[in-house]
Design a protein around this ligand. Structure first.
Ligand SMILES: [Zn+2]
Length: 289
């Protein structure tokens, strides 16, 4: 990154433009900020544009925040000793696996509740589509707002690419499935089905008894590594990027008292490049503000 915030702003604009046309969005970016266009043009679009994502992954998520989610769950364990830290992570994963396994056995539909909601929403969208059969399970779908899409039920693809990328039938595809009097879940990818989910959560993380019940081996205990205290206060939360998150203002009390003063808005962190003169460095040092 070239240190310019607008680079990322333009990138998100381009993602929005993927719906209308990747090249159109890139051209628009070039007109607005050529430096950003050059920067992003060097990156392979398979890594950041849905228009180029491979369809066999069945995932259209640009940032899944998997690491951040995991880190937020183990935040109270991270500053503990290594054994305590690992034990807490083990208990967390053991519980999670068990809970997910039990929850999946009680699903009311062939897919999980989140996917069920998406399919129900897409079913509503299907009412705005008119499928016209071309033969061999191929359809031309006319949307009420004018766009036309080609759906292939046999290949499980739609020209809008949502079905290809996610494996969940899009509204255009569902309109075709309904016209064939078939079940939407038969066209949903197997990775969302109960069997796949149970297979994922099938392994059991076996519980471990407390340390005093461990078998004695007679070998000398393993010493902890030498500890060198790092300068400064230990960090717990991750440093946010510039302009990444703006904390929402807390809701005012209800009813609002007469002498109520709203708390000041929390500002995002701004990084300012400063230069330190050599005379200060040679002297007593620099204080922090
Ligand atoms: Zn579609």
């Amino acid at each position: 990154m070239e240190g310019n915030q607008p680079v990322f702003c333009k990138m998100y604009m381009c993602l929005e433009a993927c719906k209308k046309g990747f090249f159109g969005g890139m051209e628009k970016m070039k007109q607005q900020d050529e430096k950003a266009w050059i920067w992003i043009h060097k990156r392979p679009p398979q890594n950041w544009s849905r228009a180029y994502f491979a369809s066999h992954f069945k995932c259209d998520i640009f940032l899944n925040n998997l690491c951040e989610s995991f880190n937020s769950r183990i935040i109270d364990a991270r500053d503990k000793a290594i054994l305590t830290c690992l034990e807490r992570i083990m208990v967390y994963i053991m519980l999670r696996m068990a809970n997910r396994r039990i929850a999946a056995r009680h699903w009311k539909h062939p897919v999980g509740p989140r996917i069920f909601k998406i399919i129900e929403k897409n079913k509503l969208g299907a009412s705005q589509c008119i499928p016209v059969m071309a033969g061999d399970k191929k359809f031309l779908v006319q949307h009420m707002y004018g766009a036309e899409f080609v759906v292939d039920l046999r290949a499980k693809t739609c020209f809008c690419r949502r079905w290809d990328l996610c494996g969940i039938p899009c509204p255009h595809a569902i309109s075709c499935i309904f016209s064939m009097d078939e079940n939407v879940y038969d066209y949903t990818h197997d990775c969302y089905k109960q069997e796949a989910y149970l297979n994922s959560y099938d392994p059991i993380v076996h519980p471990v008894p407390s340390m005093d019940q461990w078998k004695k081996t007679g070998l000398p205990a393993i010493s902890p590594p030498l500890y060198k205290k790092q300068p400064g206060r230990p960090k717990i939360s991750r440093t946010k990027e510039v302009g990444e998150v703006q904390a929402p203002a807390p809701p005012p009390p209800n009813p609002i008292p007469q002498d109520y003063i709203p708390p000041p808005a929390r500002l995002t962190r701004i990084f300012v490049k400063t230069e330190i003169s050599s005379s200060i460095v040679k002297g007593k040092g620099v204080g922090t503000s």
